[in-house]
Design a protein around this ligand. Structure first.
Ligand SMILES: O=C(O)c1ccc(O)c(O)c1
Ligand SMILES: [Mg+2]
Length: 598
């Protein structure tokens, strides 16, 4: 179906908004009055600009406080309407949105509302304009979609229809099934927005927290299915009031928006893009570093061996068991220091995974290929992390390690080491986008979002995983973009014996993050441990957690550049990431930085 976006959903000047919408592939826009009023362009110039960009103007909005008014007030509303309709004629906009009145003058009288909306529609019709009446969730007398429809139906005017807005319908908990009672041709417009499930005033919720479908907790797809059953064939339009999007660059936001509509259309069966190819493990994690020495020392102390070197680039492969870490000393920038730049995802169908990514507007990266290199499909995640779709030892698929020359054989080949999860810090304004990206492009499943207290701010964290837990990516976002501790990334390595791993690391000269004694006193109060067990944890700085399924023990290396490593042991099917311990870990990391001056 045609896709549209309200200018209020994007940041910048009207021109910037239109350009971003067009580039992201939208067919049309809803022009918000404020964007027009603030624009130096005349309505004719805006019309021409839209035409040049291949955008139709699908809606002009909003017109407020029009219906169920005393005669004098209504006369004034009609006068305003005349001006708006003239403006819309110059703009070439054919539909105006009228939202249900919040005016203290409005009376609770559906017959009067129908009569006055009919009179407004008469006037609109003279200018070839249609009126779409929308119930605001906080409207004074009309706040539900079925009520707005009853009034439209009673008016019985060909130029008057209703506008459905998923936020207003779902935020109030209305049953969207009743939408099917509205004839499709009387639904003049459909606005789509999702929102996180928050317990708050609905107006504040609407004006600040809306997000794109698939990023919140509403069943927008379910609502759309009801709308489609009516025969509605107008645009799917995103109307998202969001404080974060207002501050972010319009270009990426528009792409995020368009991706959400592509996923939504796929979900309801309107389109069939290439199916997701869910990754089945981590092939590697790649660190880019300006100085390989500290990274090499850290990996060596952990028992990793440098097993291979890339034939054409300064990239070493370090390995322990099934855990593989690439250390790239090529394009590193001093400013960032060591960072986690790329992730190799085991893919049953790398080409299919890349096609899926492309269909959902993920930037496909130029293949970094030298002569004779194995083909490697790669895309960029919203945070810039490069995601490679690759195969390790898979019959019929080229092995990514073909580009590497063995330098040593791996030690400890079968001791159960593997990458358990990767934690990737997201730019503060891309957290919701990142979750939607990983879900839709990679087919990973988002878990609950958790808040983690950091001594200098609050962190949000959300894991995306595949079904068997062999791929887990933890997306985090910190409050202060300048806080290095909150913005560190990490590689978590699973072992079958974290105590032995920690001891070995320390014996080899590695330094584990020290954890305060208070933490262990508290653990002793919460759980019973075998003799000496707690003392071992206390000595090594091992943290402990438990869920309904099992237990979790984990400890941390010091940070190199932006990256640290975690050693962990999952037992009995523990599913989490030790979130209960994260505040202690973050405080300890801050303390170490403070102590050493970073
Ligand atoms: O917040 C508002 O006032 C407002 C205005 C127009 C809309 O279409 C809407 O859904 C909300
Ligand atoms: Mg709306």
């Amino acid at each position: 179906m045609r896709t549209s976006i309200a200018t209020v959903s994007l940041s910048g000047s009207l021109t910037e908004k239109l350009t971003a919408a067009s580039r992201a592939g939208f067919d049309g826009v809803e022009i918000f009055e404020n964007d027009l009023l603030a624009s130096p362009l005349t309505p004719e110039e805006i019309r021409a600009r839209c035409a040049d960009l291949g955008l139709t103007i699908d809606l002009y909005q909003p017109m407020r406080d029009v219906e169920a008014l005393p005669p004098q007030e209504f006369a004034r509303a009609l006068r305003r309407a005349r001006h708006k309709f003239e403006l819309m004629r110059r703009l070439g906009a054919g539909t105006v949105l009228v939202c249900s009145s919040v005016s203290p003058h409005a009376v609770d009288d559906d017959a009067l509302a129908a009569e006055q909306l009919g009179a407004l529609a008469d006037l609109a019709q003279e200018s070839g304009i249609r009126v779409a009446y929308e119930a605001l969730a906080w409207g004074r007398h009309v706040s539900t979609y079925d009520h707005a429809w009853r009034i439209v139906e009673a008016a019985g005017h060909p130029a008057l229809g209703t506008c459905l807005d998923s936020f207003h319908i779902l935020s109030r908990g209305s049953d969207p099934k009743g939408i099917e009672d509205i004839p499709g041709e009387k639904i003049f417009f459909l606005q789509l927005a999702d929102a996180p499930l928050l317990a708050m005033d609905v107006l504040q919720w609407s004006r600040h927290y809306r997000c794109f479908p698939g990023q919140g907790g509403f069943d927008v797809a379910g609502l759309l299915r009801h709308v489609l059953r009516t025969g509605y064939d107008g645009p799917l339009s995103l109307e998202v009031f969001n404080d974060v999007f207002r501050q972010s660059e319009a270009g990426p936001t528009a792409v995020d928006a368009q991706r959400s509509l592509r996923v939504l259309q796929e979900t309801v069966g309107l389109t069939a893009p290439p199916a997701p190819v869910v990754p089945s493990g981590f092939a590697f994690a790649e660190l880019v570093t300006p100085d390989a020495e500290p990274v090499a020392a850290l990996l060596a102390a952990l028992g990793f061996a440098r097993t291979a070197r890339h034939r054409g680039k300064p990239v070493d492969l370090w390995q322990r068991g099934e855990a593989r870490i690439l250390v790239n000393t090529g394009p590193a920038e001093r400013r960032d220091g060591t960072r986690l730049a790329a992730v190799g995802l085991e893919s049953p169908d790398p080409e299919g995974a890349a096609r899926r990514a492309e269909a959902l507007l993920a930037p496909v990266l130029p293949r970094r290929r030298g002569p004779g290199d194995a083909p490697l499909e790669a895309v960029a995640a919203p945070d810039g992390t490069e995601l490679f779709f690759c195969a390790t030892r898979r019959p019929g698929l080229p092995d990514w390690r073909a580009d590497f020359e063995d330098t040593a054989s791996a030690s400890d080949a079968d001791d159960g080491w593997r990458v358990d999860h990767l934690s990737l810090t997201q730019p503060w304004h891309q957290f919701d986008e990142a979750a939607l990206f990983h879900r839709s492009v990679l087919g990973l499943r988002p878990q609950e979002s958790v808040d983690v207290a950091d001594p200098y701010g609050l962190l949000r964290s959300r894991a995306v995983t595949n079904d068997d837990g062999s791929v887990r990516i933890v997306l985090t976002v910190g409050a202060a973009p300048t806080d290095d501790t909150a913005h560190a990334q990490h590689i978590a390595l699973a072992t079958d014996d974290v105590v032995a791993a920690a001891r070995r690391f320390r014996a080899a000269g590695g330094r584990l993050l020290p954890i305060p004694a208070n933490y262990y006193d508290d653990l002793a109060a919460r759980y019973e441990f075998a003799d000496g067990e707690l003392e071992t944890y206390r000595d090594l700085g091992i943290l402990y957690d438990r869920d309904d399924h099992g237990t979790f023990r984990h400890c941390y290396t010091r940070t190199v550049g932006r990256v640290f490593l975690e050693l962990l042991q999952r037992d009995g099917g523990y599913r989490g990431y030790g979130a209960a311990n994260a505040p202690v870990r973050l405080a300890a990391q801050h303390a170490v930085r403070g102590f050493t001056g970073g």
